[in-house]
Design a binder for this molecule. Structure first.
Ligand code: GLP
Length: 251
């Protein structure tokens, strides 16, 4: 992989997605092996799948254990029936957690079924604090710059809360849900401030459809219109892209 000098977030162009997946898995492995109580922040979406497959491989082939690890998930849709295949809880279990030796009680999500979602958001913040904070948070970037479900307009000081999904986010999810009418309108997400509290942020963006938002993440004015610009200036953030996603930032 090749670092692009002078970028913020520091940006690395990978040969392919597999190289990025290995880099992420290497860091998570180091934390999980060394730390007495590792805490990893997970993202959904198609982007982190390679990293998850690599972690599962290391668990199966190298005996990498997640017994002591707590995972906090970034976000979840509101209003889906329990066990809905597209609920992030179901997705993350199928794609990662069921294949590792995590303790079910240490797989955490914001409680979208709570009667009081504001209280549930505060409780999630408290859980993260009690766990000692997130050691490494994985992130994708939505086409509109969202991180988690912090859609355009999300403030720098936002915390875990209920949000309304942006039209592009719902459009992007529509094919999986068999139509826009089935895509939830609302979700809960860690806030921008919650995400920035993580000790390390590792952001992934792949493919030509992310090229424009990668450029904006690096070059747009740092403000709420493009939430991924809030990542700039974090003391330990890295953006891993493939060549297609780097197409508009290569000099
Ligand atoms: C989803 C998730 C985000 C994810 C993003 C990109 O809606 N809430 O956490 O980063 O959209 O998804 P993908 O990786 O499929 O492009």
């Amino acid at each position: 992989m090749r670092a692009i000098p002078g970028t913020d977030p520091p940006t690395f162009v990978c040969e392919d997605k597999a190289e990025a997946a290995r880099a992420i898995a290497d860091e998570i492995e180091t934390i999980v092996r060394k730390d007495a109580t590792p805490v990893i922040g997970l993202a959904t979406g198609s982007t982190p799948i390679g990293a998850y497959q690599e972690l599962v491989r290391r668990h199966n082939e190298d005996g990498l254990s997640f017994e002591r690890t707590t995972v906090f998930n970034l976000d979840e849709f509101i209003g889906l029936p329990p066990k809905h295949p597209l609920a992030f809880r179901t997705w993350i279990r199928a794609n990662l957690c069921a294949q590792l030796d995590l303790w079910p009680a240490l797989i955490r999500f914001p409680d979208v079924n709570a009667p009081d979602l504001a209280a549930a958001g505060r409780a999630y913040e408290e859980e993260i604090r009690t766990a000692g904070g997130v050691d490494l948070q994985l992130l994708g970037i939505g086409r509109n710059g969202h991180i988690g479900f912090n859609e355009p307009g999300a403030a720098l000081d936002s915390r875990t809360r209920e949000v309304e999904l942006h039209p592009w986010t719902r459009e992007d999810a529509a094919p999986q849900f068999d139509g826009l009418q089935n895509v939830p309108q609302r979700a809960m997400t860690m806030g921008v401030a919650t995400i920035l509290d993580a000790k390390r942020l590792r952001v992934l963006a792949f493919g030509a459809r992310k090229a424009e938002i990668v450029r904006a993440t690096l070059e747009a004015e740092r403000n709420a219109a493009v939430p991924s610009t809030w990542l700039r200036g974090h003391p330990d953030v890295r953006l891993y892209v493939d060549r297609e996603a780097a197409a508009l930032i290569e000099t």
